[in-house]
Design a protein around this ligand. Structure first.
Ligand code: ZN
Length: 384
């Protein structure tokens, strides 16, 4: 099966996170008559796949990806059914076409074709999860824990997330910022708007808090990272009345931070700011913090060079190394081995009418095959 048909079959499965919804059956069928060993790793009801070709004691090249997708939203907003996997003209449509069923299809087909062409003097592993778009706690993390237990080796890994901002081939990611969300609950004192001196206004306190959090930049960026950012994503009160000062306000801020910070450092700072505003405004502020990822960075070395060369060969573009964008499962894999991310143009990910040019899927398959082939040649050279 080619990678375009495989993508289409995967899109047909309603694998809204964290469900695999039949995608694993499609993948298992694909690998049926190959020399890959397939392991299913289940944790807390979440299913993941680990595939290996060749001995686990040999130099091992890995690919990682997810087959879960975000919700399509209103299906009537879509030109065609988001789970049809329909090919219209040069494009294949559907939720997950960009993020990232195409890349999973591309690395599966590339891995099979290379395994059939080369002697097993090296090994290939594929890490496929259905828990990336949601909590991402029982997905790649669980596969890596299982690998540790079984002494499963991995030396290099490419994550197939969509990485290119404009043109296919223009960006390889070598790191990502961390992400932290602060949930503030600001308690004031309800009162009449004509007698504000008798009340404590939590809305005004929330504005003072935002001012304190945003009055100076978190940093000016670092060698490989853009400056950290802080964004207020919600301020809400249930009050609809024009003459009542509400009792409380809920406020959410999301911080994307670079390698100049840690989640702990940012948490401590948020708590201190909340304390200062409590003191200043006589409010009571509760804060809950959720850290979804620390920043990670993979210094460009052998792997980054290998991927860059293959991208150049097939697209003619000299890709930029970047650390932009949200978090990804690469943040877990970096603890095991060097990791970079390379995939499709990401413009339409998570959007209505998500679609990808079929030529890009073939391009990605060719690039992944070329990376594996070069790795094989390098292993062969080292053995001499
Ligand atoms: Zn993704």
């Amino acid at each position: 099966m080619n990678s375009i048909n495989l993508t289409s079959q995967l899109i047909k499965c309603h694998s809204v996170t964290p469900k695999e919804a039949g995608t694993f059956k499609v993948i298992k069928n694909l690998f049926k008559n190959t020399d890959f060993n397939i392991h299913e790793i289940n944790k807390n009801g979440i299913k993941n796949l680990f595939l290996r070709w060749g001995s686990k004691h040999l130099p091992t090249f890995g690919f990682s990806g997810h087959i879960d997708v975000v919700t399509p939203g209103e299906i009537s907003d879509w030109k065609s059914n988001p789970f049809s996997g329909e090919i219209i003209g040069e494009e294949i449509y559907g939720r997950g076409s960009v993020d990232m069923k195409s890349a999973v299809a591309a690395f599966c087909t590339a891995a099979i074709s290379i395994s059939q062409k080369t002697p097993p003097i090296f090994s290939i592993v594929l890490l496929i999860t259905s828990d990336e778009e949601g909590k991402a706690q029982d997905g790649t993390k669980a596969i890596l824990e299982w690998m540790d237990k079984k002494n499963e080796r991995i030396d290099f890994c490419v994550v197939g997330e969509p990485t290119c901002p404009e043109k296919f081939g223009d960006m390889i990611k070598i790191g990502r910022k961390g992400s932290l969300t602060g949930y503030f609950s600001i308690l004031g004192k309800q009162g009449h708007s004509a007698y504000p001196h008798l009340a404590i206004n939590p809305i005004h306190a929330s504005m003072k808090l935002i001012n304190l959090l945003t009055n100076k930049p978190l940093d000016n960026g670092s060698k490989f990272f853009e400056p950290s950012t802080l964004v207020t994503t919600s301020i809400s009160t249930t009050n609809k009345s024009n003459n009542v000062i509400p009792k409380n306000v809920e406020m959410i801020v999301n911080i994307r931070f670079n390698d100049k910070h840690t989640g702990k450092k940012i948490s401590d700072w948020l708590k201190q700011c909340a304390k200062n505003i409590e003191h200043l405004t006589k409010t009571k502020i509760n804060i809950k913090i959720s850290i979804s990822g620390e920043p990670f960075f993979s210094k460009p070395g052998y792997l980054a060079k290998l991927v860059k060369e293959s991208v150049k060969k097939y697209t003619g573009i000299s890709a930029n190394f970047s650390t932009t964008g949200g978090t990804s499962d690469a943040r877990y894999i970096i603890k095991k081995c060097p990791v970079v991310e390379f995939g499709l143009v990401g413009k339409k990910m998570h959007a209505v009418d998500e679609s990808v040019q079929t030529s890009q899927i073939i391009g990605l398959e060719n690039i992944y095959s070329d990376i594996l082939n070069k790795f094989y040649l390098d292993v062969k050279k080292d053995r001499k």
